[in-house]
Design a protein around this ligand. Structure first.
Ligand code: ATP
Length: 194
C-alpha cells in the first residue's frame, strides 16, 4: 500500500497550488473537497440519505445537489450540520480508499482543508501543512475571490488557529514569498519524504 501524506492549510495558504506542484512532480493528489462535491451528485446511496435528512429539495428537478438550499438548511443548525457531515465524510473516506487502491505510486497525497480538525492525519503516514502569515493569506484570497479584508478574516477566524496546526504538522511549508520558492520547498519536502 502507498504511503499517504495529508496535505492541508487554512484559507489562502496555497495548499491547492502546492498540490498542483506535487502532481507536476508525478505524485497523485486526491482533492477531498472537490471529490465531496462530485460524490453528493453521483452516489445514489448518499443522495437518499441527504434527502432523508434535509428533504427532497436538497436536489433540484434535474437531480443536482442544491448547495444553496442545503447551506441555508444547516446554517445556524449545528445538529443538522453534524448529521450532514456524518453522512458525507464517511462517503468521502470510502471514495478515498477506493482511489488509493487504484494508485501505483508509493507516495500519494490527500488534500483536505480539515486534516487536523477531523483528525484525518491519524490515518496518514505524515502530514504536510502549508501556512503563511494571516495578512498575506487574506490579501491572496481578496485578489482571488474578490472579497473584502473583513470577509476573509471572518472565514479565517472560524478555522483552527495556525499555531495549533504548526504544533502537530510533520512538514511545514511557509508560503510567504513567491511561487518559485513555493515550488522549491515542495520539491525538497517530497524528496525528504521519499
Ligand atoms: P483555499 O483554501 O481558500 O482554497 P488554498 O490554500 O487552496 O486556498 P491557493 O488557492 O493555492 O490556496 O492559493 C490562494 C491564492 O494565492 C491563489 O490565487 C494562488 O494563485 C495565490 N498564491 C499562492 N501562493 C502564492 C505565492 N507564493 N505567490 C503568489 N501567489 C500565490
Amino acid at each position: 500500500a502507498p504511503k499517504i501524506i495529508g496535505l492541508t492549510g487554512g484559507i489562502g495558504s496555497g495548499k491547492t497550488t502546492v498540490a498542483h506542484f506535487i502532481e507536476e512532480c508525478g505524485f497523485p493528489v486526491y482533492y477531498s473537497d472537490d471529490r465531496a462535491k462530485t460524490i453528493v451528485n453521483d452516489n445514489e446511496n448518499l443522495k437518499e440519505k441527504i434527502k432523508e435528512l434535509l428533504g427532497n429539495e436538497s436536489y433540484d428537478e434535474n437531480g443536482s445537489y442544491d448547495r444553496k438550499f442545503v447551506a441555508e438548511k444547516v446554517f445556524n443548525n449545528n445538529d443538522l450540520l453534524q448529521k450532514l457531515n456524518g453522512i458525507i465524510h464517511p462517503a468521502v473516506r470510502i471514495d478515498f480508499e477506493e482511489w488509493v487502491k487504484r494508485q501505483s505510486k508509493y507516495l500519494v497525497f490527500k488534500e483536505t482543508a480539515l486534516l487536523f480538525e477531523l483528525k484525518l492525519n491519524l490515518q496518514c503516514y505524515k502530514s504536510l501543512l502549508v501556512t503563511a502569515q494571516d495578512n498575506i493569506r487574506i490579501k491572496r484570497v481578496m485578489d482571488r475571490d474578490n472579497k473584502t479584508y473583513r470577509e476573509v478574516q471572518t472565514i479565517m477566524e472560524r478555522q483552527m488557529p495556525e499555531k495549533d496546526k504548526i504544533k502537530v504538522a510533520d512538514y511545514i511549508i511557509y508560503n510567504e514569498t513567491n511561487l518559485e520558492d513555493l515550488k522549491e520547498q515542495t520539491e525538497r519536502i517530497i524528496f525528504e519524504i521519499e
